[in-house]
Design a protein around this ligand. Structure first.
Ligand code: URP
Ligand code: ZN
Ligand code: ZN
Length: 464
């Protein structure tokens, strides 16, 4: 089966090109510029992309589908979450397998395969969360790499749950360095934060906004600097996840200027939402509880600047949805019991396109931070992240002029609220192809669970 996507503007990280894209089976067969040199081609089917962008499928490298957390589980399954991803133009997710203390990494990986395999509408891979560092786990890291999992997330936050000491982090980083893997870090000083949380609760400050107040940006900056220092000593590539604060960004920028292999992502919630949302009345703020927390609005400008300057290389979602009723409710009267996380896998491409429309980033940079760099950072390039002959036909046809209003009433994520309720966006996905197969087409879901395949990933392609 061959398909010609004709008349569109191909957008890549390098620029834009008026070209048609020929898809054959699961792969891109050719990118054909519309000029005299274009050869004649035959095809079975044509998609008219006139007036539309033709993008490499989005790659969201930070999601949590059906993740056990805070006494409950995130509300999207791999099936519902990957379907929502496709609606929003994301054709690959990388989710986190979560090692529980006392269990093995390989058993954890098996468990996550059992959840995802046969259920995903788009392609998927895994990072491994290492919460128990010991001799066995350190040895198992190599087996994970052989199984296509080349990145390991650790936590400086959540003492007693995922938290690792500096010594444990150093050991895991040394092992990752030996094996050519990347360590991803949740960089918040959890020990100090726990004291501030206890003080807030003791003083009767129980509303959701105190989740933000008790996790100050300085403690993200401090942990980020400490992680960078540990990575330097261990000579390990470091990727800071969900960076939210100017202080943390400064630490990353300094390390990058000094030539260290340090990278960072931010997420749409930190670019668009703020501490004011956490302070919404009637417990509404609970919808916005995530860690690191939403920051005062002045941090947003530095994050956009960081994206332009490439101190922030990637935008992921940290999609970790919990329903407002029943799940977020668990923390009414005690903000520390609100499950941490926000929905967003469906809206990353649109919210970044809104940044293009607002002049915050360029069109090629949009594609770079949402698809091409994630592919390179996590060993998927050039199979994914680019529109080029030989690459997977993960293609999004995007209407840059369509208007949409984000709302829980119309989104496809399995969660009962939208963090962006009522926000008007210019731009919308028309068609999403994952390895040549339409998953969303002209306002209809035409995919199927099980089309998505596990992506065996190679090393970070930015390591110096
Ligand atoms: O609040 C968040 N970010 N929840 C998901 C888990 C994590 O730390 O990424
Ligand atoms: Zn985290
Ligand atoms: Zn996360």
């Amino acid at each position: 089966m061959t398909t010609l996507i004709s008349g569109g503007t191909v957008v890549t990280a390098d620029g834009t090109l008026d070209a048609d894209v020929l898809v054959s089976g699961e792969k891109i067969a050719a990118v054909l510029t519309r000029d005299d040199t274009r050869p004649a081609v035959t095809f079975d089917h044509e998609i008219d992309a006139a007036g539309r962008y033709v993008l490499p499928g989005g790659i969201d490298v930070h999601t949590h589908m059906e993740m056990p957390f805070g006494g409950t589980s995130s509300s999207d399954t791999f099936e519902t979450g990957t379907r929502a991803a496709a609606w929003g133009g994301t054709t690959t997710i990388i989710d986190f397998a979560v090692q529980a203390k006392g269990t093995s990494l390989l058993a954890t990986l098996d468990k996550w395969h059992a959840k995802a395999d046969g259920n995903c509408a788009v392609d998927y891979g895994f990072h491994m969360i290492v919460s128990d560092v010991n001799d066995t786990t350190l040895k198992e890291m190599d087996a994970c790499i052989a199984a296509g999992v080349n990145s390991f997330k650790m936590f400086m936050a959540y003492p007693g749950v995922f938290y690792a000491t500096d010594g444990e982090i150093l050991l895991a980083m040394q092992q990752a360095a030996r094996s050519g893997a990347t360590v991803m870090m949740h960089a918040e000083n959890g020990i100090a934060i726990d004291q501030l949380v206890a003080q807030a609760l003791a003083a009767g400050r129980t509303d959701p906004v105190y989740h933000g107040v008790s996790r100050p940006p300085e403690l993200e900056g401090e942990a980020t600097s400490r992680a960078i220092t540990l990575a330097k000593v261990a000579r390990c590539p470091l990727y800071i996840v969900h960076l939210s604060a100017t202080q943390a960004l400064q630490a990353v920028a300094e390390a990058r200027d000094a030539g260290q292999n340090v990278f960072a992502e931010t997420c749409p919630q930190y670019l668009y939402l703020s501490l004011d949302d956490l302070a919404r009345p009637d417990f509404e703020g609970a919808k916005f509880v995530c860690s690191p927390p939403l920051r005062p609005a002045e941090h947003q400008a530095s994050l956009w600047r960081g994206l332009r300057a490439n101190d922030l290389s990637v935008v992921s979602t940290d999609h970790c949805p919990f329903c407002f009723t029943e799940q977020k409710e668990m923390g009414r009267g005690d903000f520390s019991k609100i499950p941490n996380g926000m929905p967003g896998v469906e809206h990353r491409m649109d919210l970044l396109h809104a940044g293009v429309a607002a002049g915050q980033i360029t069109l090629p940079r949009w594609v770079e931070v949402a698809s091409t760099t994630p592919a390179r950072m996590f060993g998927l390039y050039p199979r994914k992240g680019v529109i080029a002959a030989g690459s997977d036909a993960d293609i999004v046809i995007y209407d840059p002029h369509a208007r949409q209003t984000l709302s829980a009433a119309t989104h496809h994520m399995n969660v009962d609220y939208s963090a962006y309720e009522g926000m008007e966006i210019t731009g919308k996905v028309v068609t999403t192809l994952c390895r040549g197969r339409p998953v969303v087409d002209d306002g209809a879901y035409v995919g199927a669970p099980g089309h998505g395949t596990f992506q065996h990933r190679g090393p970070n392609q930015y390591m110096l």
